[in-house]
Design a protein around this ligand. Structure first.
Ligand code: SF4
Length: 87
């Protein structure tokens, strides 16, 4: 999913009255591990979770929490992906 489609999805959901947990909450962009862990838990109830995961798979961002994954959690996945590609 590209950026424009992801943003449109978020807008559609918000206009439909859905709440996107990360909007207006700095825990998603915090450098604090505890704050990121709290944010990642809240992603579980996000109506955009699938779209967010799809976007992030295509356009991995280096910082913040995306689709329920903290930076720390993604580091482990990235190592696995690199091994898979290299192997
Ligand atoms: S799943 Fe994505 S859009 Fe939803 S709260 Fe988490 S980071 Fe935000």
């Amino acid at each position: 999913m590209d950026h424009d489609r992801f943003m449109a999805k978020l807008t559609d959901l918000r206009e439909a009255g859905e709440r996107i947990p990360c909007v207006g909450d700095d825990r998603w962009i915090s450098d604090d591990r505890q704050a990121q862990a709290e944010a990642a838990q809240k992603c579980a109830g996000c109506p955009a979770l699938a779209a967010c995961g799809s976007y992030f798979e295509r356009w991995p961002e280096p910082g913040g929490v995306w689709a329920g994954l903290t930076e720390r959690a993604r580091d482990g996945r990235a190592v696995g992906r690199r091994k898979k590609v290299a192997g």
